[in-house]
Design a protein around this ligand. Structure first.
Ligand code: DAH
Length: 359
């Protein structure tokens, strides 16, 4: 009798385990525990006919088995119900709805610009460097022939940083331009040099549509025995042609920078109006407001440049008159807003996705 109950138990548990839906669970219940013909019910009903010595043993095993089967059926019922709930909620899924797109990011327009400029200059044999953003007063000003008290310092007002370094000889500041890299590189190396520094700079600036406190600058310089202004013009023209993918006309205007002599401001013929200072499509005699990109001058100012000043070579430790070199500095942010016709330079550092997604 005992082994019969044990076999019944094994079969019942196996059936419960294999049940795939609630109706088969109901059948199992009826098969073993049903009031009329349940197999276990019948055993329990027959207990009264057993001899007294068997009654308690068989009775307690049959009762334990009954409780166990009831419990297992209950558990399985809950398990099946939760599967059904889950499935019915996924039945609400409308497969005809458009799927969710996984958004792919892309490089920021400034990074794209940096890479483009780096590609062009490296194709011309320039080495690409970055340099430190936290600079010393010495490299940012002194070594570039802008001593303490020089009026030109006003043009490059910046953020000075308190240094914790003991015996720090020169004050620390956030570099205002990438030009300090001229002396840093020349101190360590001998010409011929062809270097392009692309990096972040900072200014203490009242910001507006064309001025930002944080900006990227491209500093280029070449030093050798016979570098001339002709090399400078050729380099700049080649660069601008490659950048704007057209034949760009440039002009040099005399200017002043403490670290170059002579110094030039370089303009290029406005790409919007073709240098005519009139909006495209306007015929002679027609009244128009004039080209907004070049402020009706036909020219767009793009960079400062010149021949490296003897004082700068002196700070680099080069013998007087031994080398000549050209240098130029371009505001990368300005270049990018010109290339993409962006109306406010502050968009570039805004982090505004509505702006960034357009590039
Ligand atoms: N460093 C200058 C600035 O921040 C730009 C510049 C002008 C760089 C003339 C040069 C240069 O190398 O020759 O405004």
């Amino acid at each position: 009798m005992l082994s019969q109950i044990e076999q019944l138990r094994i079969d019942a548990l196996k059936n419960i385990k294999e049940a795939r839906d609630i109706s088969s669970l109901d059948l199992i219940w009826r098969q073993y525990l049903g009031r009329q013909n349940g197999e276990l019910t019948k055993v329990l009903r027959g207990l009264k006919d057993l001899p007294a010595n068997e009654k308690s043993k068989v009775g307690s095993l049959a009762n334990r088995t009954k409780i166990e089967i009831e419990e297992k059926i209950k558990q399985k019922r809950q398990q099946l119900k939760s599967i059904i709930n889950h499935e019915s909620s996924s039945i609400n899924l409308d497969l005809t709805l458009p799927g969710k797109k996984t958004e792919l990011g892309h490089l920021h327009p400034l990074t794209q610009g940096k890479q483009m400029v780096a590609d062009i200059f490296s194709s011309m044999g320039f080495e690409i460097l970055e340099g430190p953003e936290l600079e010393t007063d010495y490299y940012n000003f002194e070594a570039l022939n802008i001593p303490e008290g020089h009026p030109a310092r006003d043009m490059w007002d910046t953020f000075f940083v308190k240094s914790k370094i003991k015996n720090q000889k020169s004050k620390l500041l956030l570099r205002t331009h990438t030009s300090p890299m001229q002396v840093r590189v020349m101190e360590k190396r001998k010409p011929p040099l062809r270097v392009c520094v692309i990096g972040k700079c900072f200014r203490h600036e009242a910001t507006d549509a064309s001025h930002e406190h944080t900006l990227y600058q491209v500093e280029g310089f070449a030093v050798d025995k016979e570098i001339s202004v002709a090399n400078l013009i050729y380099t700049l023209k080649t660069f601008l042609n490659a950048l704007f993918k057209t034949n760009v006309k440039i002009r040099l205007r005399p200017s002043y920078f403490p670290f170059t002599e002579p110094s030039f401001e370089v303009d290029f013929a406005c790409l919007n109006c073709g240098g005519k200072a009139r909006p495209p499509g306007l015929r002679p005699g027609e009244v128009g407001r004039g080209c907004p990109v070049c402020s009706q001058t036909g020219w767009v100012e793009i960079l400062g440049s010149g021949m490296i000043h003897p004082e700068v070579f002196k700070h680099a430790g080069y013998a007087k008159g031994k080398y000549t070199g050209f240098a130029f500095g371009i505001g990368l942010d300005r270049l990018i807003i010109m290339k993409h016709k962006i109306d406010d330079i502050r968009w570039l550092h805004s982090g505004d996705l509505r702006f960034i997604r357009q590039f």
